[in-house]
Design a protein around this ligand. Sequence first.
Ligand SMILES: N[C@@H](CCC(=O)N[C@@H](CS)C(=O)NCC(=O)O)C(=O)O
Length: 205
Amino acid sequence: MYTLYFIPGACSLATQAIINELGQDVNLVHKLEIDRFETLNPAGTVPVLKDGDKVLNEGVAIILYLLNKHKNRLIPDRGEGRHQAIENMMFANATMHPAYGKLFFAQANVTEPKARQQVFDAAAVAINKLWQVVEAKLEHTPYLGGHEISPADILLAVYSRWSEFFPVDIVLGPHTREMINAVLERESIQRAIQREQDYNARSEA
Ligand SMILES: N[C@@H](CCC(=O)N[C@@H](CS)C(=O)NCC(=O)O)C(=O)O
């Protein structure tokens, strides 16, 4: 049984959905429930995954660990297709995620309203450019990996949910909207969202 350290709605939601896609059990622990979270991840970020005594950090490294361990149809076993799937995951995690990170950073650190909106708007321009890259990648196939869902689709669908927290216009192309809707309708992510909500409800009770 895995243990996943999470923050509700954060990128750890994608990790949980992938664990569900792989048919594995996972125990959820909210980051704030851990006294010294830095002992698990000095960077202080989620996701963190525990597999027995092994502690794993960094979203894509965790996903690759899981994909290497469990037989799956989420990425090809080898060759060009596998390379492309990893490139797509890195695009999501190392390019799109930090672009959204600028919105969160401005929210937390820029207090003057006009200056804050300027940073939001500049970040939105960068994010929209990246969603255009996604739209181009999806011109011929429903998912980034082709006709089957891939980890990058799940990561991007989770990040797309962050747009609504900010006063910005994030524009998704039609192919991108279809891909995201298809991901968000899947049992794996619906169950992950529900488990986070149930967890919150239990903690507030
Ligand atoms: N490169 C890291 C980035 C992870 C990251 O930035 N996680 C955010 C949530 S999406 C986080 O934990 N932020 C710290 C916090 O909100 O306490 C990874 O992919 O694991």
